[in-house]
Design a protein around this ligand. Structure first.
Ligand code: HEM
Length: 473
């Protein structure tokens, strides 16, 4: 440390970040780690030290250098923070193990397969719209952030387990959980997941201490929340295993491969994969949907242009069919631009520099150093995006797409990039089209600003909207 054996002292650090992980931990406890890193890059340049052994690089070239196919940078020990006894696709750190997991599910998430998911998604969009209709008729404001989260939970439970958790219809996320001993109880899905994410994210920042910190914090309510979330997954998995008439759902791919042979996973592994899907498949898409609704209703001219496109393509249909909206350029542009200005995942995803060290965006970094590209900063890169803080979907219609695409990587890139992105776009295009076509939403106060609460994902805070039926003039 004193000798600077990894030559890290040459990288500038905000405040005392070069001396202790406490800097990041505190920023995370304030739910705005990504903003602190963003500000630090603005002041200190492209390569900065955000923890004693962690260099953050805010240059699009670093995406290829660190995450690209062939770069061979493995996931950092930070991912141990939330890992259980069995690893899942997102937290496995061993290349061969990850490849086997990814191969098992890759075809389920391919563009051509997911077209078959349309009935489940459109059907759940109808349930969402029916609920918005109810709030509209009763003249009550709707907490859109929560209803969109109910939507993603219902969609994903149907895709995974062939059975919806029914949050939309009930208007809440209180669901059954079950201990491995068979005790059934009820817990809130969203809070259980969120609280667990906070503590896992923070403990992962000092990964070498995990054997100790896991014990020290075992009493913490957020650890209990993590157990509740695991028990939700356990309950639904146990139920699905008893359901021999289940449809051809994602779960079936964890049991039988596409040659019809048993996959032979242990129960712990099945639970781990189901857990990451109910997490990554719901929390991020909720953020993306909430942010897009917020941004569109903050920008009436953009909303009007989108409605013009939608009306021309879908006529008077309230819930547009996938076929009629999947290729609409301005709708897609609005979704892309929302993922860029208010990304669902903002934090740099930590990787380890392989043996021998590597050049990363023009600077040499020694082996065994943790590196990441801060996603929020990348998506606000002023060389790639003119006026990067401005919500301007038109840039995706008339701008230099080739230049922007090098920095526009909200789903990351390379072998560990998001496997669910096609489903995420599917849900976003359908939900946004259906809501925008039929409803006028109004913020509770004219100057309302939607706060982002960064746990691991960047979760939007509550978004309460007054709703009216849209008047088409
Ligand atoms: C707008 C929505 C979404 C965004 C912005 C998003 C973003 C991301 C990002 C940035 C990663 C890389 C994480 C890392 O390196 O640690 C990732 C990985 C992953 N995502 Fe998504 N995601 C979204 C939706 C989904 C959906 C719908 C699923 C459905 C299951 C999903 C499942 C996964 C999985 C399993 C991984 C791990 C992949 C691997 O390591 O091979 N995501 N996602």
């Amino acid at each position: 440390f004193i000798r600077d054996s990894k030559h890290l002292r040459k990288f500038p650090a905000p405040s005392y970040a070069g001396l202790s992980s406490l800097w990041r931990i505190i920023k995370n406890l304030q739910y705005e780690h990504y903003l602190a890193v963003h500000e630090a890059h603005k002041r200190l340049g492209t390569h900065i030290r955000i923890a004693p052994n962690h260099i953050s690089v805010s240059d699009p070239q670093a995406m290829t250098d660190i995450y690209g196919h062939g770069a061979n940078f493995l996931k950092d020990a930070w991912y141990d923070g939330g890992a259980g006894e069995f690893r899942h696709m997102a937290d496995s750190r061993v290349k061969a193990e990850h490849q086997a997991k990814r191969k098992m599910l890759a075809h389920v998430f391919a563009q051509k397969t997911i077209a078959g998911l349309e009935p489940v998604i459109t059907d759940t969009v109808s349930v969402l719209v029916a609920q918005v209709e109810k709030f509209t008729a009763e003249g009550r404001p709707i907490n859109m952030r929560r209803y969109l989260n109910y939507f993603t939970i219902d969609v994903f439970s149907r895709l995974l387990y062939s059975e919806s958790l029914g949050c939309l219809e009930r208007g809440n996320d209180i669901v059954d959980a079950e201990t491995p001993e068979g005790k059934i109880y009820q817990v809130p899905f969203i809070k259980s997941l969120h609280d667990a994410t906070i503590i896992n994210t923070i403990l992962g920042m000092e990964a070498p201490l995990l054997p100790l910190t896991r014990k020290i914090f075992s009493w913490h309510p957020y650890k209990k929340a993590g157990a509740d979330y695991d028990n939700i997954v356990y309950h639904n998995t146990a139920k699905r295993l008893r359901n021999l008439d289940a449809e051809d759902d994602i779960f079936s791919k964890l049991l039988i491969n596409n040659k019809g042979e048993p996959v032979g996973l242990e129960l712990g592994e099945i639970l781990a994969e189901a857990s990451v899907m109910m997490n990554a498949g719901t929390d991020t898409t909720t953020a993306a949907l909430t942010n897009t609704i917020y941004l569109l209703y903050k920008h009436p001219k953009i909303l009007a242009r989108l409605r013009e496109e939608l009306d021309a393509a879908t006529g008077t249909t309230a819930i547009p069919a996938w076929e009629s909206i999947s290729q609409l350029p301005f709708l897609r542009a609005c979704v892309e631009e929302s993922l860029r200005v208010r990304p669902a995942s903002s934090m740099g995803l930590p990787r380890v520099v392989p043996k021998g060290g590597r050049m990363i965006a023009g600077q040499f970094v020694d082996e065994d150093v943790t590196v990441s590209v801060p996603t929020y900063t990348l998506l606000h890169d002023s060389d790639a995006f003119e006026n990067p803080d401005e919500f301007n979907p038109d840039r995706w219609v008339t701008g230099d797409k080739e230049k922007m695409s090098k920095a526009h990587l909200p789903f990351s890139t390379g072998p560990r990039a998001c496997i669910g992105r096609n489903i995420a776009y599917f849900e976003q295009l359908l939900v946004i089209a259906a809501l925008v076509k039929s409803y006028d939403f109004e913020f509770e106060t004219p100057n309302f600003q939607l706060r982002t609460i960064e746990r691991f994902n960047s979760n939007p805070d509550e978004l309460v909207l007054k709703c009216r039926k849209r008047v088409v003039v």
